[in-house]
Design a protein around this ligand. Sequence first.
Ligand SMILES: Nc1ncnc2c1ncn2[C@@H]1O[C@H](COP(=O)(O)OP(=O)(O)OP(=O)(O)O)[C@@H](O)[C@H]1O
Length: 870
Amino acid sequence: MSNITVCARFRPLSSKERSNYGDSVCIHGIDNESFIFKDDKEENFKFGFDRVFYEKSEQAEVFEFLALPIIRDAFNGMNGTVITYGQTGAGKTFSMESGISNRAVGETQMNMASSRSHCIYIFTVQQELTKEKRVKAGKLLLVDLAGSEKAEKTGAEGKVLEEAKTINKSLSALGNVINALTCGSPGKAFHIPYRDSKLTRILQDALGGNSRTALLCCCSPSTSNSAESLSTLRFGARAKHIKASPHAHCSEESNAKKHGVYEATKDESMERILNKLKSENKALKTRIAAGGKIDAFHKEAGENGYASIVHKISDRLSHLIKLLPLLAKMTTKILIVQILTLCSIILPKANSVVFKYPAVFNFGDSNSDTGELAAGLGFTLDPVYGRTHFKASSGRFCDGRLIVDFLMDAMKLPFLNAYLDSIGMPSFQKGCNFAAAGSTIHQATPTSVCPFSFDIQVNQFLHFKARVVDLLAKGKRLDKYIPAVDYFSKGLYTFDIGQNDLAGAFYSKTIDQVLASIPKILEEFETGLRRLYDEGARNFWIHNTGPLGCLAQNVAKFGTEPSMLDELGCVSGHNQAAKLFNLQLHALCKKLQGDYTDSNITYVDIYTIKYSLIANYSRYGFDQPIMACCGVGGAPLNYNSGISCGQTKVINGTSVTAKACSDSSEYVNWDGIHYTEAANQYVSTQILTGKYSDPPFADKMPFLLDLKNKKHPTKRTKRTPLLRAYLDSVGIPGFQERCNDAAAGSIILPELLDQGGGNFWIHNTGPLGCFAHNVAEFGTDPSKLDERGCGDFEDLIISYVDLYTIKYILTANYSQYVEQPIMTCCVVVGAPLNHNSRISCEAANKYVSTQILTRQYSDAPFADKMSSSS
Ligand SMILES: Nc1ncnc2c1ncn2[C@@H]1O[C@H](COP(=O)(O)OP(=O)(O)OP(=O)(O)O)[C@@H](O)[C@H]1O
């Protein structure tokens, strides 16, 4: 029998404690095992622990005394647990993350998911004793418990308060277990309430059974926290009396048994717990499916508080290798066979309906554009964009990954390729991204920044779907590149749009007008969503809009008066508009869910996540909440709307470049308008807790971020003989040598020259006045028509290939070539015009082409450079 090792650690006074309560401390050290504690009534208590670490203690000391023996024993097949415990802010994460886990397994991200630390790692470590031909395996749990918190003291409210409540509940269950373990009367059958919370179920081995356990009680030394510190120390003192009886685990190798060393444990309680959880959740799922007892479901999830007390750490196998030097003295071969993090075992099984989407179709603006889709309009992203993850510009308005990238990763799907960026035959098998930077929900107008407003994105989706269905029907072997037909009904449709509708409106409207415009914006959004539903979409994942007023761009333009700013330095009016928009968006989601009972419509509160990040940036490891990382001008905003990130401009004779800061992970904001990858990652982890969505639980999304170093996929295309339209490239484009830009709108010659374009063959414009369309529209007055019945349009450009002449001759002499000069072939109205299309039919095009190739209609200096062989 061996006792739990219990140590106490007092951190230094924080500067806040010093400034608010002075230097007075509640402890007086006696030696490195005992001290006197003075409570707020000046009463003295003497405490003794296995070791006391005072403020000057080094992390290495703590590690070597507390954790190293346990880690070594784990390799010898003995289960081991190291727990840090204490009030919020007492130094648990400091000790665990920068003192213990980093030395044991490498850098971790324990604090990624919440303001408070709360993580349990489970490692299974295995040592192969080559000579004796046996294997020893032990589980190692590193537990950074969430800190207890007095709500009235910290002023927690809303979600933080809810989180605190569930944490406190779990911790009180832990206290009850420890009480039962230490106060139960021996010899009498007594109940240990392990099953009162998931936390205690997981720690069952560590506390009462087969594990070597060390507990570090972390405390603030300040008299202002003496009540909390006393409670922590009392908890430690009680735990000290728990008896544990660890024993080594060996593998089931029969050889080992023969040697008499192997003693297989019957106590596989972890597996038992997991199996139990599995069956409980199966039952829960059945209950939900049967009777829609969603409330019971949420209650259970909430009570056990798993979403809030545990967070998955990404796969850190490589870091485990760092353990090897620690164990270098051991002559046996060490194998680390498995890392399990608690969340990955428990959470999905505990809470989720099976989460599986075959594909994602995304709609939005620059927050989720993965193809730099405003590029055709003059935006180009300097390679400073994308640098942290993609090493080069990635088409994303960010230094690295966007929220949509993290979500795709979490769903184990590849990053989304952009519909409009399909050159190179990217795969759309797992979905397609229709988001375009600068886009709005409101229908785009000629002056819009981006023409691909939400309605157009939906149109593009319809076109995409039709083309996919068409290609599949033709039996083309394109499975790798396009989705299967049923992906359209089974896939997830994600939306993050609306920010530009509001932000843009503030440039020309008063706040009241902006607020008044919201219902109309959402009406258009609703129309688009309903169109998608009609096309078979059933799973909708809708992000609300973030706190616009906190973007440096808006603070710079609209926050010039202090009265316009809120307590965080954000423009109040903008945030007010975002909140009202979100309120109405939420109502819309509810309404649609009511209408479409066969659908899942999830609303995600991005605003709250982002605002809380800006409010508590330092708690999440950021230094700058609003100032842009990439910009010019320096503090407080480092933003100048005239010089965007990556650009160089000459100002007053001096060349100025908007450069990126050296460490973008310290900044929430990347370029004044968009978030950094670090901030997007934080927001994504919060989304994936499921706490910010309605329906609130993450039964439609996975919890876990699986952050791989994925490269943006690009594949080379096969050569095809025909010109492909840029905008019609889904499926089998062939762009290596030619690309037909005609349909996308004209590209201006100087721009092409800038891009290194070589040979130009420019058609002038045909006689527009001969189009049935124009005659029908403008030629109602016979006096405006010429002798051939065409409108009199002058000022046509005489250019290298005189299509005008060719086409006019054709119209004049039509009977030699075709039957009808003006009336169209495709029947809509009947003679004399019969159509309103502007497109010539193939026979006429053929005639025009033969004429072009005679070169008679080209400018002499150029005609001889052209080949007619094509
Ligand atoms: N021994 C120490 N030496 C110096 N600074 C410390 C020490 N312990 C804690 N701190 C500092 O005190 C602050 C709070 O510590 P920490 O975040 O580890 O608390 P916590 O107990 O994990 O809180 P929570 O439960 O809220 O996550 C941090 O800024 C940390 O760097």
